[in-house]
Design a protein around this ligand. Sequence first.
Ligand SMILES: [Mg+2]
Length: 381
Amino acid sequence: MLIESVELRELRLPLVSPFTTSFSTQTERNTLVLRVAGSVPTPNGRVDVVGWGECVALGEPLYSPEYIDGAKRMIQLYLLPMLARVQAEGREVTAETVGALLEKVVGHRMAKAAIEMAVLDAELRARGESFARYFGATRTRVPAGVSVGIQPSVDALLGAVGGYLDEGYVRIKLKIQPGWDLAPVAAVREQFGDEVLLQVDANAAYTLADAQHLRRLDDYGLLLIEQPLAEDDLVQHAKLATAMSTPICLDESIESAKDAADAITLGAASVINIKPGRVGGYLEAKRIHDLSRAHGVAVWCGGMLETGLGRAANAALAALDGFSLPGDISASDRFYTEDITEPFVLRDGHIDVPQGPGLGVEPILENLARVTHDTQEVWPA
Ligand SMILES: [Mg+2]
């Protein structure tokens, strides 16, 4: 693609209810959306096109080192100028080269992923191809799981879980932390039975010294425990895996296909939560899927409270065969009263995978304008 302009918007979407994890409580989602405009060569000549990308960094560097203000600066000061230099040399940027072109910058995967997503969207729209078809997805809908934040009380938790089950969600994930783990899990099992697909996510809140405590979760028939230990605790996760029977799933620890290969080799993970932003984009996410599948390791698609743009791309990715566990791809109204796209809705516990060109969804400009906090033209002159 020949990029002609890039608009960076910072959005603030109010959440329908506060979302508490072991690292923070969010009451609104502060996020970045990129609009890339330019032209793409096709067999019928160049086509003018617009592509959309979403940066999943949170407002503060608590889930990962990235955060919104930093990602904005990174995209503007370093990443886009690198692509502008490529174009100045007479070359075009493609989605499949963005990762390599930006490789010299260490880390900042969420910022890079947003650019790659926008370029991929533009290219696929120009070719009339959906994300799902491009990935090689075979399913037209994906099962929807829901992530339930830490609640003020067990009663509040049971109310929240009951509500989601009534809506039809097929899998429940409970956020846990020291002091909020065994009791909430036991209460949910007792109230809703052993048939409910149930898993927990600690967001790195424990250490290996908690192994004997965590092992008590084995009594509850959980699908998995996600990221119990710190991001760089691969060896400790492998040790924990030998101490408990609940499968260990890694999220924060896996930032690349190489990390996934290391974790699988070490026995640190028997399940991987793939979040495209965390690993530098959808292409690396697909590589992790392929690698995990070849090793018989289950994967599922995590969520970062995406708007309809990121949700659309996640649904397309999760429609690949290797995504054998329900992901955190919930309906838009799980988080937002009003999304910036047509909302994703739950049908029979599933979310439809968009089939139109590119993401298959568009921002509704009035909705986008309502939640836009800041807009900047950031393509270097
Ligand atoms: Mg997680």
